[in-house]
Design a protein around this ligand. Structure first.
Ligand code: NAD
Length: 300
């Protein structure tokens, strides 16, 4: 088993580090938050005094941090100087494509192999070891990262060159945000037209309106499989994180010259939802804002 440095032990990193420790790796963990560090130490990791101590002798360095600026800071100030050149560097955070590409190049210049490996799946998947990883980097980097990622997830997919993991993640989540809003407004219209919402679900989820947002993550309580809608939109994927991903998609569209009007509209609507206090709600809770007069059907 290997020595793994794990930096960033928050909602996601905490469970991921615990799964690596459970798999038998020697996990040296660091987080700026003493609480997060103590929790990781209670779940099989060894608490390091700082990021440099975590990186010393590491065979893999994994970062799971809030945004690009945190990852760049930790890599430039510590990882690139404190980790052995033989370590594979794996950033699992969701960050902007440009920073991921730049860090991949800087890592290579410093003599490292680095991959970006953002995840799909929330806190429950991080705890349960059922995340999906989309990996950007060389074929060699992918093969070296894969054994570690497999112990934290159910699927590990090579998306392409450095930054491609982040590109796949934000493209997927832009599509998800847009289809969720389209699903919400469709149900609002169906209700106003007097359709029974369960009947409409049965039709649309088997017809051409079908999407994951409709069929597997229906925003209407009591309709379709059990989803956060059945729990008052608590838990699930927070609207604030959807907004973060939509902003990254917008930024990437501007940089690359892509025309993404639906993604832009979704970003504006989630911005409004978060400003109105919906940030901690599941992202499907936006149905309440799409139509203020919308009355959810009685739970059967
Ligand atoms: P979080 O805020 O719970 O955890 C981030 C941790 O990083 C915190 O504990 C913080 O103290 C630590 N940190 C920040 N700067 C640091 C530094 N310089 N050195 C060491 N530690 C530092 O965030 P999270 O929910 O765990 O998300 C992490 C990443 O995963 C984000 O990029 C997020 O977008 C992505 N993501 C989250 C989810 C989710 O459902 N929470 C799902 C998919 C992807």
């Amino acid at each position: 088993m290997s020595k793994v440095a794990f930096i960033g032990l928050g909602n996601m990193g905490g469970g991921m580090a615990a799964n690596l420790a459970k798999a038998g790796h020697e996990v040296r963990a660091f987080d700026l938050s003493q609480d997060a560090l103590d929790r990781a130490a209670g779940r099989g990791a060894t608490a390091a005094a700082d990021a440099a101590e975590a990186c010393a002798e590491a065979e893999a360095v994994i970062t799971m941090l809030p945004a690009g600026k945190h990852v760049a800071d930790v890599c430039r100030k510590t990882v690139f100087t404190a980790a052995p050149k033989t370590a594979i560097l794996i950033d699992c955070s969701t960050i902007d494509v440009e920073t991921a590409r730049t860090l991949g190049n800087e890592a290579a210049f410093a003599g490292f192999t680095m991959v970006d490996a953002p995840v799909s799946g929330g806190i429950a998947a991080a705890e349960g070891g059922t995340l999906t990883f989309m990996v950007g980097g060389s074929a060699e980097g992918f093969e070296r990262a894969r054994p570690f990622l497999e112990q934290m997830g159910k699927a590990v997919i090579h998306a392409g060159e450095p930054g491609a993991g982040q590109a796949a993640k934000i493209c997927n989540n832009m599509l998800l945000g847009a289809t969720m809003i389209a699903t919400c407004e469709t149900f609002a219209l169906a209700q106003k037209l007097g359709l029974n919402l369960q009947t409409f679900y049965d039709i649309s989820s088997k017809a051409s309106g079908q999407s994951w947002s409709m069929t597997s993550y229906c925003p209407v309580p009591g309709v379709g499989p059990e989803t956060p809608a059945d729990r008052g939109y608590e838990g699930g994927f927070a609207a604030a994180l959807m907004l973060k991903d939509l902003k990254l998609a917008k930024e990437a569209a501007e940089t690359s010259g892509a025309y993404t009007p639906m993604g832009g509209e979704a970003e504006e609507l989630y911005e409004r939802f978060v400003q109105r206090g919906g940030g901690t709600k599941d992202f499907s809770g936006i149905i309440k804002m799409i139509d203020d007069s919308w009355v959810p059907p009685e739970r059967k």
